[in-house]
Design a protein around this ligand. Structure first.
Ligand code: GLA
Length: 694
């Protein structure tokens, strides 16, 4: 007998079936099926034949594939009994609880006395399905691996795309061909990591940014994940996501995965991106003041590093405010004896040498300039050269002889006394000063992965959030080393990268937008000569790249020429004029036919306006720009388009282009099918095209 269930919204149907009382499997996921569809027939039409060299029946690709059923691939659960004996689970369906937009599957293994639960929650507005798996037992077990509910991947896909990265080079997309065997990614660094962003896209044949079918996945966990994308010998494919293996270091009676967020799109990668952007912004992030405009940031790191000097900081603050900054963030260097990165982490007390009267005078001054005040912490870390390490060497995680990272160790966040100490130090500062923002850093990997560490960090942040609900937190880890929906359910911004090189940012932002809206993505205008790449970039390019996301400045404003200050103030004013609608806008990646163009269209939720940022990352192979086709417009509507920065056309753009003269009106159909031909431009520059529906 086969029992079936389905989850539906306007975009998709996900159908589950259990045959012979076994653990259910996803038998269909994709475009909506008619209400009357016979799901048993779907199950039967999808059943694989059996030929030579096969078992007499193909084992299910269930929500938790079981080794005990001769499943020919990676199992969804690897667990040992109290005494270390490997268990071979064999689940039977115990029940399915169906809710309006979700369901919970409960399976039992009587022999091993285990309960497996898979939960699905479909958000009918964002179209994201959040899934978790849990395991419980009547005695403590050792968990090696528990996958979030396992999904089949489409067989009409040739490739998969996942995300790698490094310091100053986050969100690099890698495309690999499906082939028999496993694409296995495992991050054992104990934090989300630059190297392995926990995301995957499976684009079906011929899918692009703007068209075709695609499936996308994100695992919302900050402790390091494991991903398996496996093609079985029979051709079926499975996707597994979970915590990195063996990171549950203590036996327990209960285990639970983080949520796996999954999206199906019938309109290209943008369908996935828009779903994730909206879901993150509108469902996952807990905003301190929902709807409040995002303030323009000023961060002093690349201006002064550790050399904090009150008159200099005041001068910088005055200039930043004049340029349009609304929040001043005091970075590393204000505490302990922190004159470089060799000491003082965990000595979270204001350095009296640099601030003889405490932080009050600086904060008052910053407020006087009309800005709010934010401050840097790196709570999970400790330098061996610190008072706290001298007093509590046992608070550090890992062995005495471990290799340090940036001269520091991590604190053991599983220890309640460590969390209490950090809570006490941070809350003392927050309750005695008007501080509305923390840049929360995490600059080294852990000596070993440990889920208790991540849970400890989450608990500390949750406690601070509960007691200081108006304080926003930015997640930073040497730039983008801790970006995921788990940390973003307790923070409101990410520091995407330590690279303030606009050219590098242009690309990173473009790729990161598959998962993140601009509201949470910090982007700062860096120094004229970038400190991490040595590249010299024009102020206009730097300013517009920052204006694509949550804008800020991070250079020493004293280096700005009058011209640079004028451009920066102008672009910042533009950003402020537009930030309200851009806050909820969808970021749509455009399919530029010129490989040197990285372009996106940010479109208001009601479709009434948009802005296209067309960045030039290099010199084009052909002489003249190719037309850039826009997307998701109403074909019959008229749109007025105008080039915001047309005055920036160089003398080498010699033609009489209408866009250089003023606005033009065209239909959505023309803009989408014919496209827009922009003026010739230098590499490392950006055209900004504004559009409104008439
Ligand atoms: C990390 C961050 C930087 C800065 C420094 C301070 O590298 O990513 O933005 O805050 O730490 O030490």
């Amino acid at each position: 007998m086969t029992q079936c269930w389905r989850l539906d919204d306007e975009r998709q149907t996900l159908a589950l079936a259990s045959s012979g009382g076994r653990c259910p499997q996803v038998v269909y996921w994709g475009a909506p099926l008619p209400a009357g569809e016979d799901l048993t027939a779907i199950t039967r039409i999808s059943t694989l034949d059996v030929t030579g060299g096969m078992l007499d029946e193909n084992p299910d690709l269930s929500l938790c594939p079981e080794a005990s059923r001769t499943f020919p691939g990676q199992p969804g659960l690897i667990v040992r009994d109290q005494d270390g004996t490997p268990l071979l689970p064999k689940f039977h369906l115990d029940g399915v609880e169906v809710r309006p937009d979700g369901l919970t599957v409960i399976c039992k293994d009587q022999g091993n006395r285990l309960t497996y639960t898979a939960d699905f929650a479909l958000d009918p507005e964002t179209h994201v399905i959040a899934m978790t798996a849990a395991l419980s037992a009547d005695r403590p077990l050792h968990l090696h691996w528990l996958a979030a509910p396992v999904l089949p991947a489409p067989q009409h896909a040739n490739d998969m795309i996942d995300f790698a990265g490094r310091w100053c080079g986050e969100f690099q997309m890698n495309r690999t061909a499906w082939s028999p065997g496993i694409r296995y990614r495992e991050n054992r660094t104990g934090r989300t990591g630059h190297e392995h962003f926990p995301g995957l896209i499976v684009p079906c044949q011929a899918a692009t940014n703007t068209s075709g079918e695609a499936f996308a996945f994100h695992y919302g966990w900050s402790g390091g994940h494991r991903m398996i994308a496996e093609e079985l010998p029979d051709g079926r494919r499975q996707i597994q996501f979970g915590h990195a293996a063996r990171m549950e270091t203590s036996p327990s009676t209960e285990f639970r995965t983080a949520p796996l967020y999954a999206v199906y799109s019938s309109d290209g990668l943008n369908g996935c991106a828009v779903s994730f952007q909206r879901h993150l912004r509108d469902r996952v992030v807990t905003w301190t003041k929902p709807g409040r405009p995002r303030p323009v940031h000023y961060n002093c790191w690349e201006a002064v590093y550790f050399a904090h000097d009150l008159p200099v900081l005041k001068d910088i603050a005055t200039r930043a405010a004049k340029l349009g900054a609304e929040r001043f963030v005091l970075d590393d260097g204000w505490f302990g004896q922190r004159d470089d990165d060799t000491s003082s982490l965990s000595d979270w007390e204001v350095d009296p040498r640099k601030y003889p009267d405490g932080l009050g005078p600086l904060i008052d001054y910053v407020h006087g300039q009309g800005m709010s005040f934010g401050i840097w912490f790196e709570p999970e870390m400790i330098n061996p050269n610190s008072n706290i390490h001298r007093a509590h060497p046992d608070w550090a995680l890992g062995s005495e002889d471990q290799v340090l990272g940036r001269q520091q160790k991590a604190l053991n966040m599983a220890l309640p006394e460590v969390r209490d100490f950090l809570y006490e130090r941070i809350s003392k500062l927050l309750s005695t000063h008007p501080i509305d923002y923390i840049k929360w850093d995490h600059n080294r990997v852990l000596p070993m992965p440990d889920a208790a560490q991540t849970r400890g960090s989450y608990a500390l942040i949750d406690r601070l959030r509960a007691d200081f609900p108006d304080v926003e937190i930015e997640s930073c880890a040497s730039g983008g080393g801790r970006i995921d929906f788990g940390i973003l359910s307790r923070t409101q911004r990410v520091w995407l990268s330590d690279s303030n090189d606009a050219l590098e940012r242009l690309k990173m932002q473009h790729n990161a937008s598959i998962f993140m809206p601009s509201a949470v993505t910090g982007s700062h205008v860096g120094p004229r000569k970038c400190h991490t790449s040595g590249r010299v970039l024009d102020i206009e390019f730097r300013a517009w790249v920052a204006a694509q996301r949550h804008m800020g400045f991070e250079m020493d404003p004293r280096e700005l020429t009058d011209h640079e200050a004028r451009v920066l103030a102008d672009v910042t004013a533009w950003w402020k004029d537009n930030r309200d609608w851009m806050y909820t806008a969808d970021i749509l990646r455009l399919d530029a036919s010129d490989p040197s163009v990285i372009a996106e269209q940010q479109q208001a939720r009601d479709g009434s306006r948009f802005v296209v940022f067309s960045g030039k990352s290099g010199t084009s192979p052909q002489i003249a720009p190719r037309p850039l086709r826009l997307t998701r417009l109403e074909p019959d509507a008229q749109y007025e388009i105008s080039l915001r920065n047309r005055a920036s056309a160089t003398v080498l753009s010699r033609g009489n282009l209408a866009l250089k003269e003023g606005p033009l009106t065209l239909t959505g159909a023309a803009l989408m099918h014919n496209g827009v031909t922009l003026p010739w431009s230098f590499p490392e520059s950006m055209w900004v095209l504004e559009g409104k529906r008439l």
